[in-house]
Design a protein. Structure first.
Lengths: 428, 601
């Protein structure tokens, strides 16, 4: 506490001598100070876009009649021998009675057994839209049925966060070219597709490489710091602080994983290794958002889905190992905009449906459990006669995650119009 | 001769329109007492800018001295173009600021051969919606056949392998999905070329402005095939015309009807002839529906039911504004009025049509005005005229224009005056712009450099400023995307924000700086640039900087910035300079383009 005050004081005093006199370490140390009374916690929002088939991720094989509705999509039941050939050969992994995990997610089984991973079945959004575009917007805004909400749910979460601690230039990041709707709003957030590309080009006629980049940063940092134009000087300051933070903290290969950790190739791994790098580098990350597409399996679902789930499972497993002693600080929530039809379609796939599965990973997650109330798959139990119904509103899941990681208690402001409960999946 | 004929035809057209307008106005009780002025107002007098600048300084002495004539030139260029090119300032000085503004207000009189020739390669600019849509259908069919062929071939060679083969991963980003992505790519490149090359700069500024106001996003291929026509046929011809024509054209365009779901909207109650016979209910029963609830669900599944999406955005975003004094009940009633406004033959020849079977023929009450039962297609038309003549629309449109041309926080009195022009000129966009261009607020020192450049304005402006040649605008389009606003990429119906805070973020600033450095070094693919003339070998850094400043109209650099850039120029080793004389100029231009000063216009 005392050290914190000292640093604030000294930075202030030094600032009067002009920017060049402020040692970079003082500014950075100020930004990185841990909040009093605890570690900084990170919430990772992983959006699986395209409509993930929850009924394939967590297969309710015990449900009478279910397997008959999907003859070409079914895996052998847990413990049964492999199928003859093709992509649907591996048997399901036993999770709970009547419920099997997709065999491509075998990397998740140890996490489930360690009780840091949980699932929520029949999770989703209210309202019946089956448009990707609408459903994605609704989810990112956190207001199903209303696209006019000005800010995204994560932006509101950051604004409502009671987790104290100095704001850092890398408070909130999106692993994407543009800020996703979930992070658009009054809070500041930094979007980049590739951490290695968050750097300046060296100036013409000067040295190249890291030295050149660092000189370019100094040059523009000085130009922005001496500007009277507050609207530009402030974000400029943040940008150059982020750059120096990354230079300082991450070293040459920004997203290098921990020794022995191997991420698979793919979009989920690409995003998560960067999130892990930022967490490990202690840059003050509170919120990270990433989206991974390709779940829109209208045709040839078995092969397509096995490949993508394999990558997702591998990425999550690697992410978790990569975090190492930071596991307690991180919670990841993976959701999709809607599930898929119970019955297979004419091209070995499934069409847009309703309820799906949400995935929770984190030190604070009371895992090893499948949450949610099972709505059943009898015709009269289905949503609009064809889809898995939604019994857990994703907002109840996200609200709990925001509370646990960011100290957001005001659910009514986080999710306007949501009167439901928070899902109690957090330890303690 | 042809000219007179055109005039006459124009007059007849105007008269007919006036009659029709009055008729509609009577229906909606808006009244015809105020005879709308039919021209776009008198041209700006030559001395108007200078006088307005003096008046601004008199009214608001704290803002500082009146704009000098050279500042007036810079300001005019900064506001009605995407940025001044080398030589533009001299030309405006020669013909006068008022004459320049008038020229830009009448784009049809400006020759634009260069831009037109360069645009010829973009097929979507001339292709019809039906061509593009059919092409999509064909491509999809082809893709499917290819896949099956491939599978068949594999199966013959090795059956096990064929079963395990999965299609290659497709990029599923919102923009890259499907063959329609190429249409958007062409539109984006054409927009950039126009912004950089066209002489009709104000026309291009306004086309961009109105597209954003009536934003349509191509989330799906279906809309992407409709977007070229939307921009070409609904937006561009009216960009400097009448607001009402824009509104009517967008309301009926298939792109808008699909984007905001109105084409699926239909009466919540089945048409009367069905109700008597209870036919739908019986039909649904045979499909296994027993309860009223299920009948309702099945009915929705068959695509019936009211969709309020367009109605809401029409009021909130297109006309009245969010504080325009309408209620949820108004939204629903407006949605009822537009039932039946749909798109037919989507796959072959997509076009607007009114379908009686979908329309709600009941009586509606919109913003306190009754629209009688039994109307039909005219219900929607009546709503459009009603909102067009609503004072909230005048204010909303006026405030958006003033925000674009003057400052983020639009001066209230000017908004009122522009709103009055809207009402007295029947929503004439030229007339509203003239009101702005003649106002002291526009020529106030507070307005000078008050706007941050949007990503498109920044990229196009930089290319124009340094006089670069553009062979291929693809890299420029990508830069606009990296800086934060992919062209045709605003997903929500609001379009992109129109104030600085939406454009200025840490990540976006880094992208701006990198773009400036890359452009100045001549390392941008498809863009050619030679800065050697700026920096003769023996020129001292002061001279190079002065020339770079002049090139970028960055005369107002703070002393600190100037001194700092100079010190940076001094760091280029003499040896390297001897070898590559342009280095100094590259460094100067790169630093200036990324500096805070140049982010504003």
């Amino acid at each position: 506490m005392k050290r914190r005050l000292f640093l604030q004081g000294s930075a202030f005093a030094l600032a009067t001598f002009g920017l060049s006199a402020v040692p970079g370490f003082a500014r950075r140390a100020l930004a990185l100070e841990a909040p009093p009374g605890g570690k900084r916690r990170t919430l990772v929002f992983l959006f699986l876009t395209g409509g993930l088939d929850g009924l394939s991720l967590l297969v309710p094989y015990g449900e009478p009649g279910f397997l008959e509705l999907r003859p070409n999509l079914a895996h052998p039941l847990p413990g049964q021998p492999r199928g003859k050939d093709g992509a649907v050969a591996e048997p399901l992994l036993a999770l709970e009675s009547g419920l099997g995990l997709h065999p491509s997610l075998k990397d998740l089984l140890p996490l489930y057994q360690d009780s840091v991973l949980a699932f929520v079945h029949a999770a989703g959004q209210p309202g019946g839209t089956r448009s990707h575009f609408d459903a994605q917007d609704f989810l990112e805004l956190g207001t199903p049925g209303d696209k006019s909400t000005p800010d995204g749910w994560l932006s509101r979460a950051l604004q409502l966060s009671s987790a104290v601690g100095a704001a850092t230039p890398l408070d909130a990041v999106a692993i994407s070219q543009h800020l996703p709707r979930s992070l658009q709003g009054k809070s500041k957030a930094f979007a980049f597709a590739n951490l290695n590309a968050v750097r300046l080009r060296p100036l013409a006629g000067g040295p190249g490489g890291d030295q050149g980049r660092s000189r370019a940063r100094d040059a523009f940092e000085a130009l922005y710091a001496s500007s009277d134009d507050a609207a530009l000087a402030a974000p400029g300051k943040e940008a150059f602080e982020a750059l120096s933070l990354l230079e300082q903290r991450l070293g040459k290969d920004y997203a290098k994983p921990r020794e022995g950790v191997i991420y698979p190739n793919g979009p989920a791994a690409g995003a998560l290794r960067q999130v892990a790098a930022l967490v490990k580098a202690e840059v003050g990350l509170r919120v990270a958002a990433a989206s991974v597409g390709g779940w829109d399996t209208h045709a040839n679902q078995p092969g397509e889905l096995s490949r993508r789930l394999g990558e997702l499972g591998g990425a999550l497993g690697a992410f978790w190992s990569d975090l190492g002693d930071k596991q307690d600080e991180v919670m990841l929530v993976a959701v999709t905009e809607f599930g898929r039809t119970v019955r297979q379609n004419g091209s070995n796939g499934t069409d847009h449906g309703h309820g799906s599965v949400a995935l929770l990973l984190g030190g604070a997650v009371a895992g090893g459990k499948v949450y949610g109330r099972w709505p059943g798959l009898r015709r009269d139990q289905l949503f609009e006669g064809r889809d898995l119904d939604v019994t857990t509103d994703v907002r109840g899941i996200l609200a709990k995650a925001a509370e646990a990681q960011l100290g957001v208690h005001d659910t009514a402001r986080l999710f306007p119009g949501y009167a439901g409960d928070k899902l109690g999946f957090v330890r303690g | 001769m042809a000219f007179t004929w055109f005039l006459e035809r124009g007059q007849t057209f105007v008269k007919m329109r006036a009659l029709k307008l009055c008729a509609v106005a009577l229906v909606v009780a808006a009244g015809c007492s105020r005879v709308a002025r039919r021209d776009s107002g008198p041209a700006l007098p030559a001395d108007a800018p200078a006088e307005a600048a003096l008046e601004a300084a008199r009214r608001d002495p704290q803002a500082g001295a009146a704009l000098t004539s050279s500042e007036q030139i810079d300001h005019a260029l900064a506001r009605v173009t995407f940025g001044a090119r080398p030589g533009d300032r001299e030309r405006v000085g020669r013909i006068g600021v008022a004459a320049f503004l008038e020229e830009q207000l009448e784009p049809a009189r400006l020759e634009d051969h260069l831009a037109e020739a360069r645009l010829a390669r973009y097929r979507v600019l001339t292709a019809s919606s039906s061509e593009l849509m059919q092409e999509l259908v064909d491509k999809r069919k082809q893709k499917k056949e290819d896949k099956e062929q491939q599978k068949l071939a594999l199966a013959q060679a090795d059956p096990a392998l064929a079963a395990a083969t999965v299609p290659p991963p497709e990029k599923k980003g919102r923009m890259d999905q499907g063959p329609g992505g190429a249409y958007i790519g062409e539109l984006a490149q054409a927009k950039l070329l126009r912004a950089v090359l066209s002489e009709r700069q104000l026309q291009e500024v306004m086309a961009d402005f109105w597209f954003n106001h009536f934003n349509v996003f191509g989330a799906k291929d279906r809309i992407r095939a409709l977007l070229p026509s939307y921009e070409r046929d609904a937006i561009r011809p009216n960009a400097l015309g009448r607001f009402g024509d824009l509104l009517r054209a967008t309301a009926r365009h298939p792109a808008m009807l699909v984007y905001l779901d109105n084409w699926r909207s239909s009466s919540d109650s089945p048409p009367p002839r069905f109700r008597r016979a209870e036919r739908p209910r019986a039909a649904f029963r045979s499909r296994g529906a027993d309860t009223v609830d299920e009948v309702e669900k099945l009915r929705r599944k068959r695509g019936r039911g009211l969709n309020e999406n367009y109605a809401r955005e029409l009021l909130e975003l297109h006309t009245l504004g969010v504080d325009g004094g309408y209620s949820q009940a108004d939204v629903t009633e407006v949605a009822r009025c537009f039932t039946g406004w749909t798109v037919v033959e989507m796959q072959d020849d997509p076009r607007y049509a009114f379908r009686r079977g979908r329309h709600d023929f009941g009586q509606k009450l919109v913003l306190g005005h009754a629209i009688e039962a039994g109307g039909g297609e005219g219900d929607g038309e009546a709503v459009l005229e009603l909102v067009l003549h609503h004072p909230a629309t005048a204010r909303f449109i006026a405030s958006k224009l003033v925000r674009r041309f003057v400052m983020d926080d639009p001066p209230a009195l000017l908004v009122e005056r522009v709103a009055e022009t809207y009402q007295s000129s029947d929503g004439d966009i030229r007339a509203m712009l003239r009101t702005i261009f003649a106002s002291p607020d526009f020529w106030s020192r507070r307005a000078l450099k008050a706007k941050v450049r949007s990503p498109l304005e920044f990229v196009a402006g930089a290319v124009r400023a340094v006089g670069a040649g553009v062979d291929d605008p693809l890299q420029l389009a990508k830069a606009v995307e990296r800086i934060g606003e992919p062209l045709y990429g605003a997903a929500p119906p609001t379009g992109y924000g129109d104030t600085a805070e939406t454009w200025v973020s840490p990540g976006a600033l880094l992208a701006r700086i990198n773009f400036g450095l890359t452009l100045a070094e001549g390392k941008l693919e498809g863009v050619s640039l030679d800065l050697a003339a700026l920096a003769p070998v023996a020129a001292p850094p002061e001279q190079v900087l002065a020339r770079a400043q002049a090139l970028l109209s960055a005369s107002e650099l703070s002393e600190r910035t100037r001194a700092y850039v100079l010190s940076q120029l001094g760091e280029v080793p003499e040896k390297r300079r001897q070898k590559q004389p342009a280095l100094l100029a590259m460094r100067a231009v790169g630093l200036l383009l990324g500096a805070p000063e140049w982010q504003r216009r």
